[in-house]
Design a protein around this ligand. Sequence first.
Ligand SMILES: [Fe+2]
Length: 200
Amino acid sequence: MASTIADRTDLFRKKLLGKTGKISEKALEMHLGLYAIQVRRANELLPALQGKELPGDDRIAGSLFRANRLDFSYCLSSAKSHELYFATLGGAGGEPQGILRTWIDRDFGSLDRFLRDLRTTALASDSWAWTCLDHASGRLFNLLGDPRGAVPFWGGTPLLAIDMEDHAFLLDFNLDRAAYLDSLLGQIDWEVVASALPLL
Ligand SMILES: [Fe+2]
């Protein structure tokens, strides 16, 4: 039997409970629940997508295959962004060190400039903001993912994901997206971010 997509909810709960600052336990649990639903939906779609019957070329438009494939692509990409988001939360603050800090300084001029660039990118998004290492250029970029299904990770390594959808902040911050973002940026686990860098 082919393997299924792992649900890492328990791992993230264990890592994050009591460590997310102004992001409440209630909001964290709700968010973990949304992530778990996406993983479950992706797994539920697998049998239909791995079945032997594929629609003919003239029957793809509007087909159930297309709907399932689109839904699966969204669920999987969203689950992966959420996994990165949860993995890099709950840190003690501070500053990135080592090669990550060297590359931030190289590509943005300073840590402060990088954080302001990331913060502005996130505030401009209604869905995701990511910091990625682009393999072709070797540069770090802050990318904006909007609409919600966009995943610009090809040829690069995503290091950091910021969820700017309403469900991430409404419960604790109402419409104050900036306050949510500042709380988030104050608890980035930079060691986890650095661990995502490819081996040099
Ligand atoms: Fe989310």
